[in-house]
Design a protein around this ligand. Structure first.
Ligand code: ZN
Length: 368
């Protein structure tokens, strides 16, 4: 971006001035930031259930962007992404306002569980929420009306469900132009197109006029530093694309594939119960007929080994981590690729010095 001006390139008339951010009972003026503990419910003891919210209001006008995580209480990677953007980045030149929601499902987070422990409800099927409804919908309503509705766009961070892992990818309704722009700006290699299930934050926010994407990254219950760094690159790229940070630039991931209804995709499920020896990892490219895993019984009896092969050539987007299955349990999420993408990917696989998503999301990034 060579022509840097005081106005963001994509945000309305140039005479706009920065405005205060207001929510129920509070206000954050331009040039100020605030750490808020906002009550969205009450515990069995009658104490408030309060979610942490950081509002960073730039001195200059620009879009209002939310970054949210832990709608599922045990999905931790996104928490660190949101915290680092909120507290470690320099926002002195910020155009617009950031609404950072690192832990939305506080009861689930405290219990280290995916769902709200109260009746096992899924907060991420409860948006936009409703007053006078279930506990989950009331919480969703408080979050949505105060901190989502005032926004112009948003990114909701998730990981795979416990026991599985995902390569970093974006899920987005690519039929909505601004959502598509946001999804591409995040600069993941893989975008899975679709509007998402009813009640998810990204679907309901998008329907309410706030273009929103989901980022899936890694597994539950841990911080995976390389995935977090990769996601931070995506956030910086989005901030460049939408004029929040004029000094950052839009990142190109090297190759990109958008998986839509025309692509083959399937969750490969176990047809036998047993112990899984997974041969392939997330983000790996497999050819039709190649072995993905074997399933054996406790005695490793030769005639009882089940070999699971790739039904078509594609990319392993999600894969089992906890190596035990009942028949019907998912083993891996395989998506087909266009010939162009296959060529690009095979070229990248053979380039030892590649700095690709595949490597940065490789199976060596645990710990830290
Ligand atoms: Zn999730």
């Amino acid at each position: 971006m060579s022509d840097v001006t005081d106005e963001p390139p994509d945000d309305g008339p140039s005479d706009r001035t920065a405005e205060p951010f207001t929510y129920n009972g509070g206000r954050v003026d331009p040039g100020e930031s605030a750490n808020i503990r906002y009550g969205i419910s009450e515990t069995y003891l009658g104490d408030p259930v309060r979610i942490p919210v950081t509002v960073v209001n730039g001195e200059r006008p620009g879009p209002t962007v939310f970054l949210s995580a832990a709608a599922h209480g045990d999905e931790l990677n996104g928490i660190e992404v949101v915290r680092e953007v909120a507290h470690d980045w320099d926002h002195s030149e910020l155009h617009g306002t950031l609404i950072c929601l690192p832990v939305m499902n506080v009861p689930g987070f405290l219990a280290q569980e995916r769902y709200l422990p109260i009746y096992d409800r899924d907060l991420n099927r409860s948006f936009p929420g409703r007053e006078g409804s279930t506990s989950a919908r009331r919480m969703a309503y408080q979050i949505f009306t105060n901190f989502i509705e005032p926004c112009d766009l948003g990114i909701d961070f998730h990981t795979s469900t416990r026991g599985r892992t995902n390569m970093l990818h974006v899920r987005a309704n690519m039929e909505e132009p601004t959502v598509g722009r946001l999804a591409k700006a995040f600069s993941s290699n893989v975008i899975i197109a679709g509007e998402g299930p009813s009640g998810t934050l990204r679907r309901e926010a998008t329907l309410a006029g706030i273009p929103t994407i989901t980022v899936e990254m890694g597994e539950a219950h841990r911080f995976q530093r390389r995935l977090i760094d990769r996601a931070l690159t995506g956030v910086a790229s989005v901030f460049a694309e939408f004029g929040c940070h004029l000094d950052s630039s839009v990142h190109w991931p090297g190759w990109r594939t958008i998986i839509d209804d025309d692509n083959e995709k399937t969750w490969i499920r176990a047809d036998a119960g047993g112990i899984v020896d997974m041969k392939r990892g997330r983000g790996e490219f497999v050819r039709e007929g190649e072995t993905i895993c074997t399933i054996t019984n406790p005695f490793k009896e030769e005639d009882d080994i089940v070999t699971v092969e790739a039904p078509f050539t594609g990319l392993i987007v999600g894969v089992l981590e906890n190596p035990v299955v009942y028949p019907g349990n998912p083993l891996c999420h395989l998506v087909g690729l266009s010939p162009d993408t296959r060529t690009a990917l095979e070229r990248e696989r053979t380039t030892a010095s590649s700095r690709s998503e595949l490597r940065s999301a490789g199976p060596d990034d645990y710990g830290a």
